[in-house]
Design a binder for this molecule. Structure first.
Ligand SMILES: Cc1cc2nc3c(=O)[nH]c(=O)nc-3n(C[C@H](O)[C@H](O)[C@H](O)COP(=O)(O)OP(=O)(O)OC[C@H]3O[C@@H](n4cnc5c(N)ncnc54)[C@H](O)[C@@H]3O)c2cc1C
Length: 425
């Protein structure tokens, strides 16, 4: 049985790996020359409820990618405003580690190859078409192409194409595979009901910061610098994807995290103003290069899905990551991607599909997001274990804990220990 995964971000890597672990032949197709997509500009894991989710996945047997990220950590157990016990992985080290791991498990990956269309037969996808017209047939498909769109979206809904890690000008834009197969997309909203949301952080070259800031970043992983009063812009917080960082502390301060580069926890920051801050007089942006003005715009194209991650109305298309809902984060992409890869194999075998139990955070978020996005208010929210509304829900339901033994016991009592490690072919 051949599973084709389209898009090699965290969700696609997780789906491909899981389908392979289940025993399928897997082809992962990525449009750029790098795996991990937005994961190359992120780095924060295990903050707040993401700790619980990562440990649940490890107990479930789907924790391979978390272990790689842990091994690439520059800092562990870092606290910063509103966030506790974060791990910061090195964005400059992680991609080859994941790539080699997928190869070692036998996942076939093709790079610099953009999927542009699908061939269908009734409610099934029969094949995909690549940018050069090549047709590739498969049994089951997983779409993990993220939630951005063509450069036009960054112009229309944002402040311009910021030349982000997706590099659309070189590799071409994302298209919606599910839409090509006839399923209407869902779009996320901002508070004022306009579409999309802007990414919440950008990167500075660490070496362009003063020596004492570099030293502190290398030692502690975090530096907090006050923003001059006249430059505080609280309204900017409303544009952010990352509602877990839409706290006033992030408007009143420059929060820098050491992820290899210095991760600047704001959507964009005018360079001249940034350079007014002591220690940042020579600061320079890395990705997005136009971090002084803009950032990538996301949540413009998600597929309606079931809680098994199957796309509604299609028999053999699954989704994970941002394509599957208003999820923010690497952890969230790995969780949803893993379930998508697992159920893709079950669908190929004609087996019933599974949902994760809502007594685990990883199952609850998938169910909750699906329910919430049926309303306009729900479409204005983003869902992450790391903060905002969903972390509050985790705490209220008693799902949040950092006690690893307790998490293992929860999984054990559901008889789901090592669930994702079982070969089903
Ligand atoms: C600047 C920034 C910082 C962030 N920081 C963090 C952080 O610190 N911690 C955190 O948890 N989250 C962070 N996030 C959010 C997180 O990175 C994303 O929510 C998550 O990684 C999304 O993963 P994904 O696999 O769904 O999508 P993506 O990462 O968007 O991956 C989609 C992949 O599909 C490929 N693709 C698209 N179209 C096609 C096609 N037609 N054919 C083939 N391939 C295609 C793309 O090239 C890409 O590799 C950050 C996001 C941004 C933008």
């Amino acid at each position: 049985m051949r599973i084709i995964v389209i898009g090699g971000g965290w969700a696609g890597c997780a789906a491909a790996l899981q389908a392979k672990k289940c025993g399928a032949e897997v082809l992962l197709i990525e449009k750029t020359d790098l795996l991990l997509g937005l994961g190359n500009v992120g780095g924060i894991i295990r903050n707040n409820g993401r700790f619980t989710a990562a440990e649940e996945m490890i107990a479930l047997g789907g924790g391979d990618l978390f272990k790689i990220a842990d091994n690439c950590a520059r800092h562990k157990n870092v606290d910063f405003p509103g966030h506790k016990h974060a791990t910061l992985y090195d964005v400059n080290r992680i991609e080859p580690e994941v790539r080699n791991y997928l190869y070692s498990k036998g996942v076939n990956v093709i790079f610099e190859t953009r999927v542009v269309d699908v061939g269908t037969e009734g409610n099934r996808i029969k094949s995909i078409y690549l940018f050069d017209g090549t047709e590739i047939e498969g049994d089951v498909f997983v779409e993990t192409t993220g939630s951005t769109g063509p450069i036009g979206n960054c112009l229309r809904y944002g402040q311009g194409c910021s030349m982000c890690i997706l590099r659309c000008p070189s590799y071409g834009p994302r298209i919606s595979i599910s839409m090509r197969a006839g399923v209407e997309d869902i779009q996320g909203l901002r508070g004022d009901e306009s579409f999309g949301a802007m990414s919440g952080s950008c990167k500075l070259v660490k070496e362009t910061l003063s020596e004492d800031i570099q030293e502190k970043l290398n030692k502690d992983g975090v530096v907090v610098l006050p923003v001059p009063k006249e430059d505080i812009n609280v309204e900017k917080l409303n544009m952010k994807v990352c509602q877990q960082y839409a706290l006033k502390e992030f408007a009143e301060n420059i929060v820098l995290l050491d992820t290899g580069h210095a991760k600047l926890m704001t959507s964009y920051y005018p360079l001249e103003k940034l350079r007014k801050i002591p220690g940042l007089e020579k600061a320079k942006f890395v990705d997005p290069y136009s971090g002084g003005k803009a950032n990538s715009i996301r949540y413009l194209s998600m597929a309606p899905r079931e809680n098994t991650m199957k796309v509604c109305g299609l028999d053999n298309l699954f989704v994970g990551g941002e394509k599957s809902g208003l999820f923010v984060g690497h952890t969230e992409a790995i969780v949803t991607g893993t379930l998508a890869g697992y159920n893709a194999v079950r669908a190929g075998l004609g087996l019933n599909l599974v949902e994760l139990p809502i007594t685990l955070a990883v199952g609850d978020i998938i169910n909750h997001e699906n329910e919430m996005k049926k309303s306009i208010e729900g479409l204005k929210l983003r869902y992450t274990f790391a903060g905002a509304n969903y972390f509050e829900r985790m705490k209220k339901l008693g799902l949040y804990t950092t006690n690893v033994e307790e998490i293992r016991n929860r999984v054990r009592s559901l008889m789901l220990e090592k669930f994702f490690e079982t070969r089903i072919i």
